[in-house]
Design a protein. Structure first.
Length: 108
């Protein structure tokens, strides 16, 4: 399933603030070979990104990946701290054009 265009993702997020979709597109998943759940939280401010990340982690199977995209500057502190508290693994963290992208593997 290809990723949604930014306009469609934003419109979908407006309808469903917990918008989560799955993609197997390796370009969208930053070179990962397996599918990941992508959580688009761009535009949300603290504490919403970390709260919605915690909720999404509870919905995926152990061992699955969650890719979180957000623009909140506090997420660079909050999301790694969440991973440390929950025991999930923060596999990658990057910043591209003001968007912070976190790749988390669910513990288990």
């Amino acid at each position: 399933m290809p990723p949604l265009p930014a306009e469609a993702a934003s419109a979908d997020q407006a309808k469903n603030p917990d918008s989560v979709f799955r993609t197997a597109d390796p370009d969208y998943n930053a070179g990962m070979t397996d599918a990941a759940t992508v959580l688009d939280l761009e535009g949300l401010k603290c504490p919403l990104p970390v709260l919605r990340t915690r909720k999404a982690l509870g919905r995926i199977a152990p061992g699955d990946r969650l890719v979180v995209r957000c623009t909140d500057p506090m997420s660079v502190i909050d999301i790694p701290h969440l991973c440390q508290e929950s025991g999930d693994t923060l596999e990658a963290r990057e910043e591209a054009g003001g968007v912070h992208i976190f790749t988390i593997r669910r513990r288990g």
